[in-house]
Design a protein around this ligand. Structure first.
Ligand code: AHR
Length: 634
């Protein structure tokens, strides 16, 4: 039997304990959560006709369609398409969308926006949506404003008569005249909270359903970039879309066997939208800022110390953007974007997976300046990649000597590693820095391999590790699985928490483990023991317990990693069960089971009610199962 005492609270459960890591990898943002359906909508990709073709014949491009490069005068928005019709022509541009093509829903209005300026009026525009087998699903038209001598956006709604996948958009230009087209954009109208140009509601709902304690953004390696010019610069991601300078993603060229060369970051999902998303889903915002270093897995570039000032200024300005009153410069900008109230930023990450003396030196400069102005902001410090022990050990000792607020540790390892390391935090210094397990995921194969899958085994091993996090919630403040999202045909990394295509998505068993921990977070950690010891691998079981003082519940989380059922009695001291308990179980019998687009519910949690009277609660955990027992207390 297991013994649980609800009197001796071991730790308060931080509200941030279970959160989210968001990075635009695997098309998580562009081609994913960001609901834009047109790839390369502004012709700013390195190859400006990426995802576009001309209609009716490719040759028509010459002289009629010309991409104008204005980089000398407009670096943020260097290219636009000039359509030059001289002889009452009828020509068009086809966009095939991201990856496997556009998905349309029957009867749902879509908003098509054209950003243009007139050179010589006289061109009329017709718009068509096609299914994958070239059936016309919708048609509409637009007459550009003859007086639009300056850039001007015009919108038209278009509604398909059928549902389709692998579809496309055709924009026809006809007549005589010259029209500059800077952007052609198509969004569904059923975005999250019905925001125009917003996010995919089905995917955001999956995040909201995790009730995350925090949202870490925008990464990950994209914070650093493979070279500094490609780093994430938050000031380039707010305000009008045409001011958001595109960058080639580090994920376009850093994954040898899964290259997605057309992976550009449009920043349509930019920092204002990230803060808004965090607020929408009740998560504390946690931005990560570049520390003046590019990704160290490649040859890293560093900014000379005497040129670091703009990078530090970016960090200070970000805090003002998030929290400053509307009388400050950046607080006013936030208000102008639609959010006069502060975003209540309390956490800021300085660098991602950076390490070594170069990082330590730069981090100190950031820390001194930020703490002098904003002592209330808790700073998250990187340790490189924890599997690289010398790097990790060096950073850990530097950061502990400096009394860092929070240290960010990352783990991508085997299921066995996660089981064996569930006791990792038992021995951490209780008075030292707090820990952020900022990225972790169990690997069934090599990262990026198609055999590296989200199956029940990896999910259960993560659950084992998470019981160790929960038990040590006095040291571990925050934890997030990574990466969060992946497009089924547009990924660079495996495994991932949520998989999607252009119309639908599914939860992995790993998602359900995250959800069961987060939804049953409780308020206080209480000791759960067998023979006086924490349950951490004995008899192939891992377990932890919390109470929820608000709902008067005791919550036991228990993983059975053996192929045999395990009968367990939980003996309650200092408290009494009120009669009923619910038992949620994630199990199947086969550790290899997975979900997929076609079988999204192959494995999901199952809930039943059990009797729990007096001082004992009994249940039998199925082979290879994760169990959450919620006992109502008197
Ligand atoms: O989660 C994917 C990548 O793994 C992140 O971008 C990086 O921080 C880590 O190496």
């Amino acid at each position: 039997f297991y013994q649980v005492s609800t009197k001796s609270t071991k730790a308060k459960v931080p509200s941030t304990l279970w959160g989210l890591f968001f990075e635009d990898i695997n098309r998580a943002a562009d081609g994913g959560v960001y609901a834009e359906m047109v790839e390369n909508r502004s012709f700013d990709f390195p190859k400006p006709l990426t995802a576009w073709s001309t209609w009716p014949s490719p040759q028509l491009r010459d002289g009629i369609f010309m991409v104008v490069n204005q980089i000398a005068t407009n670096a943020a928005n260097p290219k636009y398409m000039q359509v030059d019709l001289r002889a009452r022509d009828t020509v068009g541009l086809i966009n095939t969308g991201f990856d496997e093509g556009m998905s349309f829903k029957k009867g749902l209005p879509y908003n098509l926006t054209l950003r243009y300026r007139q050179q010589t009026p006289g061109i009329h525009v017709r718009i068509f949506l096609f299914s994958g087998n070239n059936k016309i699903l919708a048609r509409t038209e637009m007459t550009p404003d003859n007086d639009a001598k300056d850039w001007h956006s015009q919108e038209v709604s278009i509604t398909p008569i059928d549902t389709a996948t692998r579809g496309k958009l055709l924009v026809i230009f006809e007549g005589s005249g010259k029209l500059d087209v800077d952007r052609i954009s198509l969004f569904p109208s059923d975005t999250w909270k019905n925001r125009k140009g917003g996010l995919r509601a089905d995917l955001v709902q999956k995040l909201a359903d995790l009730k995350p304690g925090f949202l870490r953004f925008p990464g990950g390696c994209i914070v650093e970039g493979n070279q500094l010019v490609h780093r994430y610069q938050w000031k380039h991601t707010i305000g009008p879309l045409e001011n958001r300078e595109m960058v080639q993603s580090i994920w376009a060229d850093d994954v040898p066997d899964r290259q997605t060369p057309d992976y550009m970051e449009s920043f349509g999902l930019g920092f204002y939208e990230y803060f808004q998303l965090a607020e929408d889903i009740g998560a504390a915002p946690l931005p990560i800022i570049n520390v003046g270093m590019s990704c160290q897995f490649d040859a890293a570039e560093v900014v000379p110390i005497n040129e670091l000032e703009p990078f530090i200024t970016d960090a200070l300005d970000l805090i003002e953007f998030a929290n400053g009153s509307t009388s400050t410069y950046w607080g006013k900008k936030r208000a102008e974007l639609g959010h006069p109230a502060p975003f209540n930023l309390k956490l800021l990450g300085i660098g991602n997976e950076n390490w070594g003396p170069q990082y330590a030196e730069r981090l100190k400069l950031f820390t001194d300046r930020i703490k002098a102005k904003y002592p209330e902001i808790r700073l998250i410090n990187a340790t490189g990649y924890s599997r690289n022990i010398p790097v990790f050990t060096y950073m850990d000792s530097v950061l502990r000597a400096r009394k860092a607020d929070i240290i960010d540790e990352h783990f991508y390892d085997t299921p066995k590693w996660f089981m064996d390391n569930a006791n990792r935090y038992d021995s951490y210094d209780r008075k030292g820095p707090k820990i952020f397990v900022g990225e972790y995921a169990a690997q069934s194969d090599r990262i990026g391999s198609m055999k590296n899958v989200n199956n029940l085994l990896t999910a259960l091993s993560e659950a084992c590790f998470m019981t160790g996090i929960e038990r040590n919630a006095d040291v571990v403040d925050m934890a997030s699985y990574a990466p969060l999202f992946a497009h089924v045909t547009g990924w660079q990394w495996t495994p991932n928490l949520i998989w999607f295509d252009n119309s639908t998505s599914y939860n992995t068993p790993n998602y359900y483990v995250q959800q069961l921990f987060s939804l049953n977070r409780g308020t206080d950690v209480v000791p759960l023991t067998k023979d006086g010891k924490a349950i951490c691998g004995q008899d192939s079981c891992w377990a932890s317990a919390v109470v929820d003082k608000n709902t008067r519940e005791l919550v036991i989380k228990m993983v059975n990693m053996s192929s045999k059922p395990k009968a367990r009695q939980i003996r309650l001291t200092n408290t009494t069960a009120a009669g009923e308990a619910s038992w949620i179980s994630l199990a199947n019998g086969s550790t290899g089971i997975m979900n997929s687009i076609t079988n999204p519910d192959n494995i999901k949690p199952d809930t039943k009610t059990i009797t729990a009277n007096g001082k004992e609660v009994s249940f039998t955990a199925a082979p290879f199962s994760f169990n959450v027992i919620k006992v109502k207390l008197k």
